[in-house]
Design a protein around this ligand. Structure first.
Ligand SMILES: [Zn+2]
Length: 454
């Protein structure tokens, strides 16, 4: 008799494996945080499970991987709206970022992660750059861990003020950043529930020696790294002024383009640059909502696919998206590229769901661990209920997921074999309504609430 910690029964299983296997009436067995069985319905007589979930009428699929977020921005929804990137940064994100308190960081992180879990995300990448107070990083990590989400904490750095008003308190020598990364890497964690990354924040806040030093550290220590790259044309303008060439060429010259690098945005890329990123094995985090919100443009994702680049999806911070809902980003991704290319086949629902699952897993170097429902992989699973007014009727699970799904369809979110969200309840014990009230009262207290209805 097989022994499991958790068995999910009667589910339609969208495995998202390489063969795109769909099991119509199946079971998933979980043991020690990993998937130990996926297949046809197993009968009660041949297995024993500590916990059973009857998923009748639901679809089980791998949890979504959000490869780019800034948690603190969850308190800034709508602020600085309708401005281009640099003006938005200077009017909303930077003034708040330099004085964010521990309590605000905690609340913002909880809001970001709980919304993520509620909309089917199981792995969440925090791109952290408010480095004026080292303890903010600890608060952010603790809050992420509290919610039960699989956390990737990307502690980035800025070692140059430049001409873009980078706040002085963010600027630090790259060696100091490395010390901090080393400190954070010592935080105890089990089952790959926390990974620490690093990288430069943006091109205009990084010196050439900063790139070189962090790269040497990352390659030596096998630490993965990320950076905002070509979100706007400013990256290339600045780089041409200072170094006489485009940023992608500069990065390639110093060996920065590797398969450990996750490039965020990549809105402005030439065909040659796309070929170069593909050749070097760089992954991309595509953040279409933020790119639209700030008028940055639309990344040439179909061309990136054609060149063989692995593309993942990110929501970006809520200051430039107003949500951390991956389903929202998936729908946007499925639609905008058809419009830009004047071609309804330029992006398919299947590609988008794959970007949100396996694409994300590969971008994090976790392709063998996450991204599909297969024996041996981590049990990061969501149960999707298609019978909601927005999505009914479902003719095809993949198209429903890409085009008509919302957080209402997410019935259950399981991370590392643990049920962290089910039917409106978070198992970390946080009450959603109470958290909302705490956020409002904190902002009111600190004079940051721009619009109060009470
Ligand atoms: Zn960002």
């Amino acid at each position: 008799m097989k022994d499991f910690d958790l068995v999910i029964d009667n589910a339609a299983i969208l495995t998202m494996d390489v063969n795109e296997t769909i099991i119509k009436n199946g079971s998933i067995g979980v043991k020690n945080g990993a998937i130990s069985f996926v297949g046809k319905q197993i009968s009660d007589t041949c297995c024993h499970a500590k916990k059973h979930i009857d998923a009748q009428g639901m679809i089980a699929l791998p949890g979504f991987v959000n490869t780019h977020v800034h948690c603190f921005q969850s308190l800034l929804k709508g602020l600085g709206a309708d401005r281009p990137l640099i003006s938005w940064l200077n009017s909303s994100v930077q003034p708040f970022g330099v004085r964010v308190t521990h309590r605000q960081q905690e609340l913002a992180t909880l809001v970001a992660c709980l919304e993520a879990l509620k909309s089917g995300c199981t792995t969440f990448c925090e791109f952290f750059y408010t480095n004026q107070d080292p303890e903010l990083a600890d608060v952010c990590i603790e809050s992420m861990q509290k919610t039960g989400i699989r956390s990737i904490f990307m502690r980035t750095f800025q070692d140059y003020g430049g001409e873009y008003n980078v706040p002085d308190c963010y600027i630090e020598p790259v060696e100091k950043a490395i010390e901090e990364v080393e400190r954070l890497r010592k935080i105890p964690c089990s089952d790959d529930m926390l990974s620490i990354w690093t990288g430069p924040d943006v091109t205009w806040a990084t010196t050439l020696s900063g790139y070189r030093t962090i790269l040497e550290y990352c390659l030596d220590q096998k630490v993965r790294y990320t950076m905002h790259l070509n979100e706007t044309l400013e990256d290339n303008d600045m780089c041409r002024r200072n170094y006489g060439r485009n940023i992608v060429d500069l990065l390639d010259e110093i060996g920065f383009l590797t398969d450990q690098f996750l490039a965020v945005h990549c809105v402005h890329l030439t065909q040659d640059e796309i070929r170069l990123l593909a050749k070097r094995g760089v992954s991309i985090s595509h953040n279409p909502a933020a790119n639209l919100y700030l008028g940055s443009g639309i990344a040439p994702i179909p061309a990136c696919f054609q060149a063989g680049i692995n593309v993942s999806l990110g929501t970006d911070g809520a200051a430039s998206n107003n949500t951390t809902d991956m389903l929202d980003t998936m729908r946007l991704t499925a639609l905008i590229h058809k419009g830009v290319c004047h071609d309804a086949t330029a992006m398919s629902a299947e590609k988008v769901v794959r970007m949100a699952t396996m694409g994300g897993a590969k971008a994090l170097g976790m392709g063998k661990m996450l991204g599909s429902l297969e024996v041996g992989k981590k049990a990061d699973i969501i149960l999707f209920d298609p019978e909601q007014i927005r999505s009914v009727p479902m003719h095809d699970p993949i198209t429903t997921l890409a085009y008509s799904a919302s957080a209402e369809n997410i019935d259950t979110t399981i991370v590392n074999g643990e049920v962290v969200y089910r039917k409106g309840i978070f198992s970390c014990g946080i009450d959603e309504e109470q958290l909302n009230r705490q956020v409002m009262s904190e902002l009111q207290k600190s004079g940051m609430l721009h619009c109060s209805l009470s």
